[in-house]
Design a protein around this ligand. Structure first.
Ligand code: ADP
Length: 231
């Protein structure tokens, strides 16, 4: 099986000279469920940005389903990202005043799907995540857990093969956080690769694979069976 996303000797040096990621190689396979852990400043966000093709490495390569993104134009990379990768953020990133259905429908904007279809798929996805009764609610009318579920709906409405989540439970109480992790685990069982950045050791311990970063380098990459882990 070939990787869904692959970093090969990826280094990212920011203007000013900070090397946030140093010669990192990592393969993420279809259907994996993994955590990226490490202290603050260790390069986790930088790695997620490279994996998500939101940023390019200074040297080294990023391949998405075998395609070397270094050989693609920004426009081609955007198209590849829209088709393959979904994002979930700690602060949800929902536009104020926009109803849940439209937030999620916008997740298909760059996939070239017509508006009617976008709305229909958004409604189906929200309903599938238990938010069928919240389609017209705006972000401020939703709880934190519901907002994150809307954000997850937006990430997965285009049926990506990989979802990248940056501290997705960081702003939630334990119960809502567990619900969000259960949703992501359920999504993973349907074959979507899920990568979660987390500071939470309990959460990381429940995932089958854990990659640890220190000072921009991978210091461990462990796989474990988690029979009592995420449901
Ligand atoms: P983490 O997510 O683990 O906290 P980051 O990837 O955000 O780590 O940051 C790694 C290092 O790169 C830190 O030293 C940080 O200050 C630096 N850094 C991150 N983003 C930028 C940027 N846009 N410009 C300059 N330095 C940055």
């Amino acid at each position: 099986m070939s990787p869904a996303i692959e970093l090969d000797g990826a280094t990212r040096t920011y203007p000013g000279g900070v090397t946030a990621l140093c010669d990192v190689s990592l393969q993420i396979y279809p259907g994996e469920l993994m955590a990226i852990v490490g202290p603050s400043g260790s390069g986790k966000s930088t790695m997620l940005h490279l994996l998500g093709t939101l940023d390019r490495p200074t040297t080294g390569s990023v391949r998405v389903h075998g395609r070397d993104t270094g050989e693609l134009s920004d426009r081609q990379v955007s198209a590849l990202r829209a088709r393959r990768i979904g994002f979930v953020f700690q602060r949800f990133h929902l536009t104020a005043g926009v109803p849940a259905r439209d937030v999620v429908a916008d997740g298909l904007l760059y996939a070239g799907v017509p508006l009617r279809q976008r709305r229909l798929r958004a409604e189906r996805t929200l309903t599938g995540l238990g938010l069928g009764h919240r389609l017209r609610h705006r972000p401020h009318e939703l709880s934190g857990g519901e907002r994150q579920r809307v954000a997850i709906a937006r990430a997965i409405v285009g049926a990506p093969s990989i979802v990248l989540a940056d501290e997705p439970t960081g702003n939630l109480d334990t119960r809502s956080g567990d619900d969000v992790m259960d949703l992501l685990a359920g999504l993973n069982r349907t074959g979507t690769a899920i990568v979660v950045i987390t500071h939470n050791p309990v959460l990381a311990a429940r995932l089958p694979r854990r990659v640890e970063l220190v000072d921009g380098r991978i210091v461990s990459d462990t796989r474990q069976s988690v029979p009592g882990g995420v449901r």
